[in-house]
Design a protein around this ligand. Structure first.
Ligand SMILES: Nc1ncnc2c1ncn2[C@@H]1O[C@H](COP(=O)(O)OP(=O)(O)OP(=O)(O)O)[C@@H](O)[C@H]1O
Length: 281
């Protein structure tokens, strides 16, 4: 298998997440530093895929490019069959609100809204009347019925993460992206969140891509992709820790220069915790 290319069997097509030759470069001084060197991957309907790799290998950058939160420097990304490059800002934002859910380590909750109002937010932003029954059901699914009227500053990190998850459940997105979704949680809450992610990802017409360092999260996924130095270097099915590589995969060949590049600042970067990671973006 050529480094940087991961394919899904034909039987799974069409893929709700479809990336071809994705490159991402940042301006550094007078030059560019390419972080992703031509990544191709597909995630099939009802599939949950983990992306693992060393710190700095480009996992979050990849997730942000796939989710439409950052524009690739080159290559193509299609979500739910729609090429992102063909969408203007408004349509991209609309599509993200309607079809894409985000679960990040920091929860992007609005502190002045109650848990229930935060869960209702994607519907409110999309101009729909929130479905009170659905909101109650999703809060119950994450064990937060009693906290529906609480506001995020009065909630624990685990509770906030579960509100964020309930918001995604209520949104019922076709494509779910998660960045270290259990990273800040105690093991019991982490297991609950993971179980919900697995359940959502395996519903008809849905899928999930999860960036994680956590072997338990990866083990719950259908496939694990390993990223190293901006290349996809290995793919394992079944997510079984017993079959993971004990040594780091061999470094791939050097990247070719990228076709075009973009710069960004941390202010515009949609890192977890920043506004651009919110469902309102
Ligand atoms: N705005 C930016 N400008 C320039 N370089 C950046 C920017 N954001 C990230 N990088 C660089 O891109 C590389 C990959 O970062 P990224 O956060 O995607 O890695 P990661 O695999 O998710 O790491 P971690 O596991 O530590 O979160 C790093 O070298 C990082 O310094």
């Amino acid at each position: 298998m050529e480094a940087g290319t991961m394919t899904t069997p034909e039987a799974f097509a069409p893929a709700p997440i479809d990336a071809r030759g994705v490159r991402k470069a940042y301006q550094v001084g007078d030059g560019f530093n390419e972080i992703l060197h031509g990544i191709s991957l597909q995630v099939a309907p009802q599939e949950m895929v983990a992306v693992m790799g060393p710190s700095g290998s480009g996992k979050s950058t990849l997730l942000y490019c796939l989710a439409g939160l950052e524009a690739p420097s080159a290559g193509e990304v299609a979500l739910a069959g729609r090429p992102l490059a063909a969408l203007n800002r408004t349509d991209l934002a609309k599509m993200r609100r309607a079809e894409v859910g985000f679960v990040f380590q920091s929860y992007n909750l609005i502190p002045t809204l109650t848990a229930a109002e935060n869960v209702a937010l994607p519907a409110t932003l999309a101009g729909r009347r929130p479905d009170a029954d659905l909101i109650a059901r999703t809060l119950a699914a994450v064990g937060l019925t009693e906290r529906a009227d609480a506001r995020p500053p009065s909630m624990s990190g685990g509770e906030q993460q579960r509100v964020a998850l309930a918001r995604v459940l209520a949104q019922q997105p076709q494509v779910l992206f998660a960045d270290e979704p259990t990273g800040a949680l105690d093991s019991r809450t982490g297991e609950m969140v993971l179980a919900e992610l697995v359940r959502i990802a395996h519903e008809p017409g849905r899928c999930a891509l999860v960036v994680t360092h956590d072997p338990l999260v990866a083990a719950a996924c259908d496939r694990v992709l390993f990223l190293r130095d901006g290349h996809l270097v290995r793919e394992l099915r079944g997510g079984s820790p017993a079959r993971w590589p004990r040594r780091s995969p061999r470094s791939p060949r050097r990247a070719e220069p990228c076709a075009r590049s973009t710069s960004r600042s941390s202010a515009t970067r949609g890192r977890p915790g920043s506004a651009s990671a919110s469902p309102s973006s």
